[in-house]
Design a protein around this ligand. Structure first.
Ligand code: ZN
Length: 220
C-alpha cells in the first residue's frame, strides 16, 4: 500500500454527474478505510464547479498504489463493473462509457472494439506463432475454444463491425442507440467471461464435492 496524500482542496476536470457539463470539481472532504479484510479505499466528497451539487467518489488500492482516478459512485451513473473483471478491461470499458456520456458515440464504439481486443489478449488468443491476429480471427478462436458460445460470438462480431464503422472514416457516424447497445453487449460479454463463468465453475466444483461426500457417507 502506498502513502496516502490528502486530496482535499484539489480541483480536477470531469463531466458533472448532475448537470452533465464539463467542469472543474473540487474535493471537499475525504475518508480512508480498509486495509485488513479489504483493499485500502479512499472515499471523496466533491462538488461540481458549475452547479455546486455534491457527489461521492471512491478509489481502491489493489496493491499497485493509488492511480489518482477515483470513480464517481454517487449519483449512480451506471452499474459498476465487477472487480472480477481485470482492471485494464474495466478501465477500457469505463472510457467507453465516458465517451458515451460525453455524447461521443463514434468514439464509444471504437472504445468498445478496443475492449474486445483487450478481452482476446487477456484470454490468450491474440497471436499464433508470434504473429498478431485480426480481431475477427481472435473471436473465432474464442468460440472454437469454447470460451464464448454461438450467441456471444455473434454479438461480439457485431460489436467488432460497429467499432470498425467508428474507427474508419466512412461518412456515417455511430448513432446513440447503436453505441448504447454496444456498451451493454460489451458489458454482458465481460460479465459472462469473468463473473458468471467463474461463478458457475465454483458452483459445479461445490456440487461435485457435495455428491462425492454423499457417496462417501453412504459407503460407510
Ligand atoms: Zn454540475
Amino acid at each position: 500500500m502506498s502513502d496516502i496524500v490528502s486530496r482535499v482542496g484539489v480541483t480536477f476536470p470531469l463531466v458533472c454527474p448532475h448537470c452533465e457539463k464539463p467542469t472543474l470539481a473540487l474535493v471537499t472532504s475525504e475518508a480512508h478505510g480498509g486495509g485488513e479484510e479489504e483493499p485500502p479505499y479512499l472515499l471523496e466528497m466533491a462538488e461540481c464547479g458549475h452547479c455546486h451539487d455534491p457527489f461521492v467518489m471512491v478509489e481502491e488500492d489493489f496493491g499497485r498504489g493509488w492511480d489518482g482516478e477515483p470513480a464517481v459512485v454517487w449519483p449512480m451513473q451506471q452499474r459498476p463493473l465487477s472487480l472480477q473483471v481485470p482492471q485494464a478491461l474495466r478501465h477500457e470499458h469505463e472510457e467507453a462509457r465516458q465517451c458515451f456520456s460525453s455524447k461521443a458515440y463514434t468514439a464509444a464504439a471504437v472504445m468498445v472494439r478496443r475492449t474486445l481486443e483487450g478481452v482476446c489478449l487477456d484470454q490468450g488468443v491474440a497471436s499464433s506463432g508470434g504473429r498478431p491476429k485480426p480481431l475477427f480471427k481472435m473471436l473465432e478462436q474464442m468460440k472454437d475454444e469454447g470460451k464464448i458460445d454461438g450467441q456471444l460470438f455473434e454479438w461480439s462480431q457485431e460489436l467488432r463491425v460497429l467499432g470498425n464503422q467508428g474507427a474508419h472514416f466512412t461518412g456515417t457516424s455511430v448513432s446513440r442507440e447503436d453505441a448504447a447497445d454496444g456498451l451493454a453487449l460489451a458489458e454482458a460479454l465481460l460479465d459472462y467471461l469473468y463473473v458468471f463463468s467463474a461463478q458457475f465453475t465454483a458452483f459445479k466444483a461445490r456440487r461435485a464435492k457435495a455428491k462425492e461426500d454423499v457417496r462417501g457417507a453412504s459407503a460407510d
